[in-house]
Design a protein around this ligand. Sequence first.
Ligand SMILES: [Mn+2]
Length: 404
Amino acid sequence: MDYQIRQQKLLNLMTENSIFCLFNKRPNEDAKKYDCNRNFFYLTGITEFDDILMLIKTPKATKAKLYIHMIDPEQERWTGKTIRANEASAISGISDIGLIESFYRDIHNYITADTSIYLLEAEDDTKDYSYENYFQRKIAKEAKVSFLNGNNLLKSLRTIKSKEEAELIVKANQITDCGLKAILTNLKPGLKEYQIESYFDQAIKFNGATGYSFPTIAASGINSTCLHYSANTDTLVDGDVILFDLGASYQTYCADVSRTYPINGKFTDLQKKVYQIVLDGQKLIERTARPGYTTRDLNQILIQYYLPHLKKLGLIKKDEEIRKYYFHGVSHHLGMDCHDFCIYDKLKPGSIISNEPGLYIPEWKIGVRIEDDLYITEDGNINLSAGIIKEISDIEEFMAKRGN
Ligand SMILES: [Mn+2]
């Protein structure tokens, strides 16, 4: 990746006389706790926690500066080697490297009477406890500066993915496919949900995954009708379906795939009916998704498609009752985060979105979700998870040929 180009693009979006400060603090989300801060990595390629990136834009020049750990041989015996200045430069393309300890002294050299400082703002309830919050209070005491929310600048960059980024998601999907094949090979009644999940874990790690996109959902029977069930503690029952929503990540890029399988290898007629409605809905969205549509538009198209089918099944009489059986959106942006740090507007070439229709019918103990990842192009999209089997006949055939 050319991180220097990304830094320059962000500098171009920044207002005159401003500084963008990014702190590589450990993220709160479980799936990334030991991984890295995606925004920091996006701009630098560096995963080491506590490092700081400063982008400076003055009327005269633009500049990037990176702050890393001081070499501490005693500490390194415990927790491993920290990044060296030449290594950090080679990865990030930033030549000016300082020590974290000098950051607070240094930043004042760049603050003038009308400097604005961009910070990223947490969009959940962690905002008050964030490092950015601490930093803002500290600087506000020492200098007269205004603070700006930098989220939208960075989001606008991350919303458009290069071919290289799309290829990393293809790779993440190929690894995810290995995991799903391991699941299909071993799926049978009597196992616990966490036991079938463990085949996925082994296979993706063996095949080079660098992490998980999010905690795996392995939801059998009635659990399949709960959108984000992830306890994964129930026993698989003969005749039920199991819904998986999972993904391997590769170099931080996330696959996000859902598949629904018959636990004993054969769908019942009723399960087939529901499954085929969802699958055809998914294909409709895949044919439709292109620049100009919003994810909301796509969801409306799916709902209009669902209505006559649900009425025919006798599940609903009035349109608004559909929320009993379908109650989420069909798409979200996907990238270095599974729910990516992006601007939700009309899709543009380079957007990557999920395509994940579902139907959840508790009274039949049937929940079906089928999810692929789409890369929006000039006039349509490319399915980045296209190789992962999902036709009823392909799933049943695969399970019949397992020989166990
Ligand atoms: Mn998804």
